[in-house]
Write a protein of this length. Structure first.
Length: 113
């Protein structure tokens, strides 16, 4: 059983930055893919970014060039650096281990205009 705990969300003005963290209760070294999803009110959950075990990354179109995903295997943590935030980035952000049922509880990100 793996637990994922997100942190780092909050309220920020448009154009600002936040860094989200997702700490796993166990080693993430062997986990092939981890990533971030988000869900805005009234919308479906969407993929934000994912990172593979070897460090390859992929981003959703709306965040490409603004967000950066990274992983620190020594700390069993993945991160999402979010820059140039827009009001439409407002959502609950979830960490996930792909190809599993493991999700975090979510962290709220609110971007004011």
């Amino acid at each position: 059983q793996v637990q994922l705990v997100e942190s780092g969300g909050g309220l920020v003005q448009a154009g600002g930055s936040l860094r989200l963290s997702c700490a796993a209760s166990g080693s993430i070294f062997s986990i092939p893919v981890m990533g971030w999803y988000r869900q805005a009110p009234g919308k479906q959950r969407e993929l934000v970014a994912f990172i593979t075990r070897d460090g390859s990354t992929n981003y959703g179109g709306s965040v490409k060039g603004r967000f950066t995903i990274s992983r620190d295997n020594a700390k069993n943590t993945i991160y999402l650096q979010m820059n140039s935030l827009k009001p439409e980035d407002t959502a609950v952000y979830y960490c996930r281990i792909f190809q599993s049922d493991y999700w975090g509880q979510g962290t709220q990100v609110t971007v004011s205009s």
